[in-house]
Design a protein. Structure first.
Length: 525
């Protein structure tokens, strides 16, 4: 019988070194990419160049100061059972210790870490190793929903990823342990963000159905397992209804014609071109690997892919008066599905090519984010300085020098839309568009100022303000601006640069690249 020749010690050493290098390369690249992806949050003291972030930050100031000598004069904190409370519960207590801005930044950083680690945890449970999920999470770390500043959703989705991993770990355990695990996970996700709870339930539900199909389980067993998972959700729904709580408004809208385009736009909240290029490059890589038989779904992966695709198609753009709901589905899918997708690269060259592509797409996204955030530094500094020097308790109206489209044609302008709400934080002021919608936030406008409140509204076109000033309000004029020149003290005007639109009524206070702050002249001034 012939035996293979024994390898010399030097050959063994070289082979081991090559194997170690092959294993270590992705880990080193991942560590460097993670550092690069987190760098913008660590670098900028106020990483607020996201559409909703300033609005959330202002609300955190209101809650943190409630019951102190700095209590906000226009807003009260009204706690209720609201499925959207992650930051509202965590940031203000921490903010009293280390400052609200720092606490909010740490919350956002924790959200990103939860997203990356949660995606990796799912893959570790499903495959027994971590391979591609971490890279996928870094690629989409600044995807559209996250870049728009949906920080509560991002944090809760990260928790949902960890919840899915935990549920997979205990899926074969005795029913008391599974019930306890589902109850704890669902209770926290319900508190953190309702949509994250929905994603968790949808994922685990499909996993259970796949498991029943694979094991040819009886309908009785399958129904029992699904009912066990649903019990905590039903209990939470009962608590919500019994308390008189809600999950927001009832506005619902579908935009089916945009769904294909939004998939190309998903990777970035700041520009279509880099996002489309990245999405198409990744799709080309997956297509090429698929043709070579290098891709294979693990466990319920195929069911989840089909399920998320169907869910995206039927999900409305606006649900419970919350926008961009359907865009959150692919954002969740690209974090969950890599954990169920096994990749066997045809060669080391293919593996290195895929690694290089992941690194390139991630770094392009991070560079785009950093560029946009840098461009806002002067605007935020000027706005905060102006608000700090503004008379306390001033009322500030936010307008636009153009037509105030939402979102704007250039998404790099979107983060400016809520800069004016920082007057609530730094001037103890009132801003109509601060998020105060019932069922979504735990702060309310005090009764005497509710006529000026717009819980979820767009910017006001300055042309409309001019019309009201010259001719009086029209029949369909929103209530909060019918007497704007009398009710408000300042106009924070965004949009294209123009000359003072109403010199007889407005006096310029501060001008920055993206806004002009005017003091509204009162009668006799």
């Amino acid at each position: 019988m012939n035996r293979p020749a024994a390898m010399a010690p030097a050959q063994v050493s070289n082979s081991a070194a090559r194997a170690a290098a092959s294993l270590g390369e992705p880990a080193i690249v991942f560590a460097l990419l993670l550092a690069a992806a987190l760098a913008p949050v660590l670098w900028f003291s106020l990483p607020a160049a996201m559409a909703d972030y300033p609005n959330h930050l202002a609300r955190m100031f209101v809650i943190a100061r409630a019951g102190t000598a700095q209590t906000q004069p226009y807003y009260d904190v009204h706690w209720a059972i609201i499925p959207n409370l992650a930051m509202d519960l965590l940031v203000p207590p921490l903010g009293r210790l280390i400052g609200v801005e720092t606490a909010m930044r740490l919350f956002y950083l924790a959200s990103q870490l939860l997203i990356v680690s949660g995606a990796m945890a799912i893959e570790r449970v499903v495959k027994g190793r971590v391979h591609i999920a971490g890279f996928a999470a870094l690629i989409f770390l600044y995807c559209m929903p996250f870049a728009f500043g949906f920080v509560n959703f991002e944090f809760a989705l990260g928790c949902a990823l960890w919840g899915i991993a935990c549920a997979l770990v205990v899926q074969e355990s005795a029913w008391p342990l599974r019930l306890a695990a589902h109850a704890v996970i669902m209770a926290w996700l319900f508190t953190a963000h309702l949509f994250a709870l929905g994603i968790y339930g949808f994922t685990i539900g499909l996993q259970e159905l796949w498991r029943a199909r694979q094991r040819r389980a009886s309908w009785r067993e399958t129904g029992g397992r699904l009912a066990l998972m649903a019990l905590p959700a039903l209990a939470l729904a009962g608590i919500l209804l019994g308390s008189g709580g809600s999950v927001g408004g009832d506005g619902t809208q579908w935009y089916f014609g945009y769904k294909a385009a939004w998939l190309l736009h998903i990777m970035s909240g700041y520009g279509m071109a880099p996002s489309a290029a990245g999405v198409m490059a990744l799709c080309a890589l997956l297509f090429a690997l698929g043709r070579r038989g290098a891709l294979r779904f693990e466990q319920s992966g195929a069911w989840l892919a089909a399920g998320f695709a169907a869910l995206y198609l039927v999900m409305p753009f606006r649900l419970f008066d919350t926008s961009y709901v359907d865009m959150r589905i692919p954002a969740a899918a690209v974090l969950i599905l890599p954990g169920f997708l096994a990749v066997s690269f045809p060669s080391r060259a293919w593996a290195r090519g895929a690694l290089a592509l992941a690194a390139a797409v991630t770094l392009v996204n991070v560079a785009a984010v950093t560029n946009v955030w840098l461009s806002y530094r002067a605007d935020y500094a000027a706005a905060i300085d102006a608000f700090r020097h503004m008379p306390k308790a001033a009322k500030v109206l936010i307008g636009d020098s153009g037509d105030a489209p939402d979102p704007p044609p250039d998404l790099r302008d979107y983060p400016a839309y809520n800069v004016g709400t920082l007057a609530v934080a730094y001037a103890d002021g009132f801003v109509p568009s601060l998020f105060t919608e019932r069922g979504k936030q735990p702060i309310v406008v005090r009764p005497q100022w509710q006529r000026l409140d717009v819980p979820y509204g767009n910017l006001v076109p300055v042309k409309l303000l001019q019309t009201i000033a010259e001719r009086g309000p029209l029949p369909d004029t929103p209530r909060f601006i019918r007497s704007w020149a009398r009710d408000f003290d300042y106009l924070f005007l965004l949009g294209p640069k123009t000359a003072n639109p109403m010199p007889d009524r407005l006096a310029e206070v501060t001008r920055a690249p993206r806004f002009v702050l005017y003091r509204i002249k009162k009668a006799g001034q």
